[in-house]
Design a protein around this ligand. Structure first.
Ligand SMILES: [Zn+2]
Length: 275
């Protein structure tokens, strides 16, 4: 590996990016690496955790190349100039998949005019990060590449990948402002609040609750149904205290206990025990 390549790899930073660079290089040299005929039937796809993934046209070629595995590993590592891979995995694909499918860039293409422009501070930061490169022309080239990378990153963050307002992870297309995880947690918190209100005042119905605490009718129903199930079950099997029994009646009739007549009270109990 020469100095320029070392610099490139350093600039690429993450292992993932470095692997992409290796794959790019391997694809360029593929025919030289394994020979014309094998290269027509087997294409490099990606490197992950030091494993090179190859798509093969059929099982005959897969078997033949399997026997050449060690040679492939050796040649590939020589080609990229470091121990980039330690294993090869073959995937048999149907023959009608064109070779171009494997070389096509999957990255989202963005038109030049859609790029976000960078502030002078951001540009200065990029310049500073390239101070190590002595060759002026090379430095300028890298500068241009880096600027594009940064612009792209900014663009994606702003327009394409909106982030969750709570945890900051990138949102999926069907999510709006809040990711599903946070939304779930938020809902759990709201349910907790509703539970606390119902615990204190079991008679409170949805309309009355809205004056004290804004929430979704569906969440209110879920919490209330769960509470009902819990207490009614206890009554059914006569496992509850007097306090719990009072609570269950109030929950069922949506009335404070003071407003419940003795007959109403008995009827509710009879009804719940029968179930
Ligand atoms: Zn989130």
């Amino acid at each position: 590996m020469n100095e320029i390549e070392k610099t490139i790899l350093k600039m690429l930073g993450t292992k993932e990016n470095q692997n992409k660079y290796h794959i790019y290089k391997i694809k360029q040299e593929w025919k030289n690496l394994i020979g014309n005929s094998p290269a027509d039937n087997c294409y490099p796809v990606k490197i992950e955790r030091r494993v090179l993934f190859l798509n093969v046209n059929n099982s005959v070629w897969a078997n033949q190349l399997m026997m050449l595995k060690n040679t492939i590993i050796k040649r590939v590592n020589e080609c990229v100039g470091c121990e980039a891979i330690k294993d090869v995995r073959f995937t048999i694909v149907s023959k009608n998949i064109k070779k171009s499918n494997f070389t096509e860039q999957k990255e989202i293409k963005i038109k030049q005019e859609e790029y976000e422009s960078l502030s002078s501070e951001e540009l200065a930061n990029i310049k500073n990060s390239l101070n190590d490169i002595e060759d002026e022309k090379l430095r300028e080239k890298f500068f241009q590449v880096k600027v594009k990378q940064e612009q792209r990153k900014k663009y994606l963050e702003k327009k394409k990948n909106k982030k969750c307002k709570i945890c900051g992870t990138f949102l999926f297309e069907d999510e709006d402002e809040t990711c599903l995880n946070c939304l779930r947690e938020e809902k759990e918190e709201i349910k907790g609040e509703i539970f606390n209100f119902l615990k204190k005042e079991p008679w409170i119905n949805f309309k009355a609750l809205q004056k004290k605490f804004k929430c979704d009718k569906m969440l209110y129903d879920v919490v209330k149904e769960n509470m009902k199930a819990y207490y009614f079950e206890k009554i059914k099997y006569k496992e509850c205290s007097k306090e719990e029994q009072d609570y269950a009646v109030s929950l069922k009739l949506e009335k404070p206990l003071e407003e419940v007549t003795a007959t109403e009270y008995e009827n509710v109990l009879k009804h719940l025990r029968k179930k």
